[in-house]
Design a protein around this ligand. Structure first.
Ligand code: HEC
Length: 266
């Protein structure tokens, strides 16, 4: 009991968490113990603070950032991503939109911001991870409703679908190889059917998520990158067209579902 509480207090100490998930049963136990207390709540608070904290050479907050619903509007913004932005003439995911705002509004250096897009085990999490987690929480309970009004958004969906079924790499795997049927498992991990509305919405609506085994919050961008690794494909770049396309494909399949993030994962 004591050790579990210690893990909550020191949520970034992944070693402690890794011990807890040595087997699947312990994960369920952890979940029961935690109840509604997802350690991601700490990251949500951090993300909110970061949004309102003056930063960068311009020493400005992110309140002028337009996430698609108008400058500074954060509630319900997450569930409309990925979406087209006229100012960049591009379909963007939330991560790349945040990078755009941090560079244009705060004057932050793009290279520094994106040098290490996702935290590694033992880290305390990146600013973007915290911001994405808070923004997801700002859409908690909202209906997943990505934009598909602009031609570029529909083209992005089509590209995402194509990539989802594209077989390549040393194992000749596509995303569909592992994610086209329901009830499939690899070892102990259930594999969602991302081509179905129910599978896609459960998956899309549960990220970003706190990963107990890593003691970190992970975003959907990271999740995809990790599947690229499992697929033995080249490293997926944050905010790249491929990443945005796959996210568009999943979000559109998930439309109508409910945003339940931040989630809690093994
Ligand atoms: C070799 C099998 C395999 C391939 C290929 C694969 N994945 Fe995965 N995927 C997994 C496994 C295993 C998990 C669960 C991992 C975990 O829980 O730690 C997962 C989890 C996910 C999740 C999160 C689901 C949830 O509900 O939490 C998403 C989204 C996802 N994959 C998308 C993709 C996409 C998109 C591709 C293609 C680029 C892909 N995956 C390719 C095995 C695969």
């Amino acid at each position: 009991m004591k050790r579990h509480h210690l893990c909550v207090a020191q949520f970034a100490v992944w070693l402690c968490s890794a011990q807890l998930v040595a087997d699947e049963g312990v994960f369920d136990q952890y979940r029961d113990l935690m109840g509604d207390e997802n350690p991601a709540v700490f990251i949500v608070d951090e993300g909110e603070e970061l949004w309102f904290m003056p930063g960068g050479p311009e020493s400005t907050t992110l309140e002028a950032c337009d996430l698609g619903l108008g400058p500074g509007i954060t509630a319900g913004a997450y569930v409309r991503f990925p979406r087209y932005f006229a100012d960049t003439d591009a379909v963007m995911d939330l991560e790349s939109r945040l990078v755009y705002c941090m560079t244009t509004i705060q004057g932050r250096d793009l290279k520094t911001l994106t040098a290490k897009p996702y935290s590694q085990r033992g880290d305390f999490g990146t600013e973007i991870e915290a911001l994405v987690t808070w923004l997801a929480a700002e859409s908690e309970g909202a209906t997943i409703a990505p934009e598909q009004t602009h031609a570029a958004e529909r083209a992005m969906f089509n590209l995402g679908e194509e990539i989802f079924f594209y077989r390549a790499g040393p194992h000749d795997f596509s995303c569909a190889t592992c994610h086209e049927q329901s009830g499939m498992r690899i070892r102990l991990q259930a594999l969602p059917d991302l081509t179905s509305q129910s599978g896609a919405s459960e998956a899309w609506g549960s990220w970003p998520a706190y990963r107990i085994s890593q003691g970190l919050v992970r975003t959907m961008g990271w999740r995809l990158r990790d599947c690229f690794r499992q697929q033995r494909w080249p490293e997926l770049q944050m905010g790249s067209e491929v990443s945005v396309a796959l996210q568009t494909y999943m979000a559109v399949n998930a439309a109508g579902g409910t945003m339940a993030a931040p989630g809690l994962k093994r």
